[in-house]
Design a protein around this ligand. Structure first.
Ligand code: ATP
Ligand code: MG
Length: 421
């Protein structure tokens, strides 16, 4: 995997003078999955390939409990490629941490040379903020035959910054340091790194069964989608509008939200459904107080049909207990009774502020905060019931007669939207 003659200690771009030639990706939870481990790792490799699709000629491979990203020709990453990597890998669910590394032969002189060639950039950055810079070396060796033990490697490498700075400018601090020089020595290769960046944790998307999310243009449902992805489920989406009573902007906004959350997974399909035909029936024939609960029961029925047809194994919503009238325990229970499918509600115990914080982190907040009319609100009654019993809902639905035909037509008219890659 390592081609020693390709280590060139000079900057090709003229800008970036650390020759990072690989990225080490560390995972935690997937490492402990016993027999499934292979499947989890394969999924992780495939997901990384998708996330790093803008970089040509990548080689992504798993080697002994880590995933390595390199160029096929073993050349170093450009500054622009490192920027892409740093922006994209925090979206790779399943990833604990990652580090750009400089690979070399497992040889102490070569390791020293690598540190001499790379450390000045890192130390100069630290000296821009401090008069005295603290540093430490953290070494590990899995090759027990290596000439030095971990302590010995640390001592040998700790001398190298001395080539550039006065003794009184530098201090070793093992507990907390401005600069940490990381080193790992393995049988076939060794590497040096200076930063350990955080991945999002969780499990790789695709390692659990896929689900269908009810996606509104609101703040909560995209957060719910990402939480399910973080636990390994691929997510497709179903959104309801009420054209011509809601404008085209309602649909366009959800498409934009879909594009944002599809950045975390490959090819989540958005099913776009016009709920207006059944909403009008409910509006005309049923008690105003219970309308919202009835709209939602219809949403769940449609969602179940779409999910079963597309082999999606659960529904997913952004509901949080008590947040709005339709989310009281009694109303949620009445709504839930419309489907036999498992309904996942990862936000159930969250405050709005917590959901907002997550939405900002995921990048959906600004789009979701735009005010456009929602399918439910255009047909909303002035004072919705907060305790709609199932008996009451069923009695009101009796008034609709055979609504199944209307639902079938609504489902037949669903259109699909795919994000561009
Ligand atoms: P959100 O911010 O996700 O819209 P909310 O707090 O506004 O949530 P509601 O509007 O009551 O709450 O919706 C609760 C959940 O019902 C949503 O999270 C979503 O899963 C689903 N939902 C609501 N409206 C729609 C819609 N127009 N299309 C698809 N799903 C919807
Ligand atoms: Mg909403």
């Amino acid at each position: 995997m390592f081609n020693s003659k390709l280590i060139v200690y000079k900057n090709k771009t003229g800008k970036y003078n650390i020759m990072y030639n690989a990225i080490i990706c560390r995972y935690h939870e997937i490492a402990i999955k016993g027999n499934n481990r292979n499947m989890f790792e394969k999924q992780m490799v495939s997901n990384l390939r998708f996330l790093l699709r803008d970089i040509d000629n990548l080689k992504i491979a798993k080697i002994r409990g880590r995933i390595w990203v390199q160029h096929r020709e073993s050349v170093e990453f450009t500054e622009q490629e490192l920027e892409i990597i740093k922006a994209q890998l925090p979206k790779a669910f399943g990833l604990e941490t990652f580090s750009p590394v400089i690979m070399c032969r497992p040889d102490i002189d070569e390791l020293k040379q690598v540190v001499i060639n790379s450390c000045k950039t890192i130390f100069d950055r630290a000296f821009a903020e401090n008069k005295i810079v603290t540093f430490r070396v953290r070494a590990r060796r899995s090759d027990k035959q290596f000439s030095l033990n971990s302590k010995g490697i640390e001592i040998a490498l700790a001398e190298t910054p001395g080539a550039y700075y006065q003794e009184d400018q530098l201090r070793v601090n093992l507990k907390s340091a401005d600069v940490t020089i990381g080193c790992e020595v393995r049988n076939e290769f060794a590497f040096i790194f200076y930063e350990t960046l955080k991945g999002p944790g969780g499990l790789p998307v695709g390692s659990n069964s896929p689900v269908l999310a009810l996606l509104s243009g609101g703040i909560d449902s995209p957060v719910a989608c990402c939480m399910a992805m973080k636990r390994g489920s691929r997510v497709d989406y179903l959104t309801f509008h009420s054209a011509p009573y809601t404008p085209q902007e309602t649909i366009d906004k959800v498409k934009r939200v879909t594009d944002i959350i599809n950045e975390f997974q490959k090819n989540g399909v958005l099913h776009i459904c016009n709920l207006a035909p059944i909403q009008k029936e409910i509006r005309d024939k049923c008690h105003p107080e219970i309308r919202t609960v009835l709209y939602r029961r219809m949403m769940f029925r449609i969602a179940e049909a779409v999910a079963r047809k597309n082999h999606r194994y659960a529904l997913l919503t952004g509901e949080a207990l008590g947040q709005v009238a339709s989310q009281t325990v009694i109303n949620m229970s009445t709504i839930n009774a419309a489907t036999d499918m498992l309904v996942l509600r990862p936000l159930v115990g969250m405050d709005k502020n917590e959901a907002i914080t997550l939405a900002r982190k995921l990048g959906t907040f600004d789009t979701c905060a735009e005010q456009v009319p929602d399918s439910c609100t255009v047909f909303a009654p002035p004072s919705p019931a907060t305790r709609a019993s199932l008996e009451h809902a069923l009695a009101e639905e009796e008034k609709l007669g055979d609504y199944q035909l209307i639902l079938e037509q609504i489902i037949a008219d669903i259109v699909e939207y795919y994000s561009q890659d």
